[in-house]
Write a protein that binds this ligand. Structure first.
Ligand code: SF4
Length: 410
């Protein structure tokens, strides 16, 4: 469980009552993320708190370097990401994680099975998985995705399933293949108590991964997604009994008219645990623009009660993202999170400020809210009280100043 000083810090940042937040954390409806070994600012995720945005970085065996991934993480933070997940795979995984932990002053998440499977493949054992988990926790990782909910019985059923995409999760696919090859149960499920011991020692938040999340609209809400979610609900309960903080991961791809109902169901099954979704992407057809598809789903999800959005970049589904992809992905998810918070938390103060500035042609105030530096500079080029090039003399703001007595002038 987090330290009281971390709870106090988060309460102040979020403008909520500290004792109320402490109760929510105790009940497992909110978490405070910070590995006890790191001296970063703690971050709150969950009920009553601003919707947070995660940006994934990490190299693959085919592309990038540790330095480039640190740079991408810095770009993500600059544009408003709250957390960074290092999803590196391949021989430079450890080097990249060390660099990210050294340079990034924000909560860091990982998927330890990438390292465990990468090092030993099908010779991976329960011991080797837990060794990697403990090692990453010792290094200071703040939250870890652990695919505890994919049981061997679910993996077996994937063989003849009618899904369009049987499995999209890298860690989940590795575990499923390992279980089917060895005949053993998923160690993250079978030895869950061991995992809880490690997480408790370092105050690492467990992000219960959704190995069986739908990766196509066709597969949304099917047997695999819901069976795994029910298992995650049971594991969430066990975590609470042991005082370990947990968030639950979700889809994926989902038609937008299913999202609200699904979020309510997740909250019910997992006793109000914070919900962390990838997107959700509301169409499968937006290749090159999946950050927009993800933001549409993310806004609906956040408005419906989701607490944490994992960004989606324009290069989702076809390439490792570059810096510009990271920037676009974070901005899209930030807009989605804020749009959701307007509904979920009634947080509309900044929207009214910029609208008022707009009505007064106050370009300096508007520039403060620009989502990136290039836009800010373009807005600042316009002199105050002058219309922009869109309407010129037909500027409705300018014309209305001649007959509307604004609140500012009264
Ligand atoms: S010119 Fe048109 S777009 Fe530009 S500020 Fe005026 S009303 Fe808005």
């Amino acid at each position: 469980m987090p330290e009281q000083s971390d709870i106090d810090y988060v309460a102040q940042e979020e403008g909520v009552d500290a004792s109320k937040l402490a109760n929510l954390v105790r009940a497992g409806r909110a978490v405070v993320v910070r590995n006890l070994r790191r001296s970063i600012k703690p971050l709150g995720i969950g009920e009553g708190l601003r919707t947070k945005v995660n940006a994934n970085v990490g190299l693959s065996p085919r592309a990038s370097t540790p330095e480039k991934e640190v740079k991408k993480a810095l770009v993500a933070l600059k544009h408003g990401a709250d957390t960074i997940m290092d999803l590196s795979t391949g021989p430079y995984l450890k080097k990249t994680l060390s660099a990210i932990l050294r340079h990034i002053d924000a909560p860091i998440g990982t998927v330890p099975v990438y390292q465990a499977f990468g090092e030993r493949g099908f010779d991976m054992t329960s011991d080797s998985i837990f060794r990697v988990i403990e090692d990453q926790c010792k290094k200071g990782v703040d939250f870890i995705t652990v695919h505890c909910g994919i049981k061997r019985e679910y993996a077996k059923k994937l063989r003849g399933c009618d899904r369009l995409i049987p499995i999209t999760s890298k860690g989940g696919a590795a575990l499923a293949a390992w279980m089917l090859r060895t005949g053993e149960e998923n160690p993250l499920y079978a030895d869950y108590d061991h995992l809880l011991d490690i997480a408790r020692e370092y105050n690492v938040v467990l992000s219960l991964g959704d190995a069986l999340r739908p990766a196509a609209l066709h597969d949304a809400g099917d047997f695999f997604q819901m069976a795994e979610l029910k298992t995650l609900g049971e594991l969430t309960k066990r975590s609470r009994e042991r005082g370990v903080q947990v968030i639950v991961e979700g889809p994926g791809h989902m038609p937008l008219d299913m999202i609200e109902k699904h979020v309510r169901e997740q909250k019910k099954i997992c006793g109000g645990a914070p919900y962390y979704v990838l997107g959700p992407l509301v169409t499968d057809t937006a290749l090159g623009y999946d950050h927009i598809s993800g933001a549409i789903g993310g806004a609906i999800a956040a408005a419906s009660g989701v607490d944490f959005l994992c960004y989606v970049t324009p290069s989702e589904h076809y390439s490792l993202p570059g810096e510009d992809d990271v920037k676009r992905g974070v901005i899209a998810s930030k807009i989605a999170a804020h749009a959701g918070d307007i509904v979920k938390l009634g947080k509309r103060g900044e929207d009214d400020t910029i609208s008022e500035a707009r009505s007064h042609l106050d370009w300096h105030t508007m520039a403060r809210y620009a989502m990136d530096e290039a836009t800010k500079q373009r807005v600042l080029e316009i002199a105050d009280s002058e219309p922009c090039t869109m309407c010129g003399d037909l500027c409705a703001m300018k014309i209305s100043q001649s007959f509307v007595v604004s609140k500012k002038k009264r």
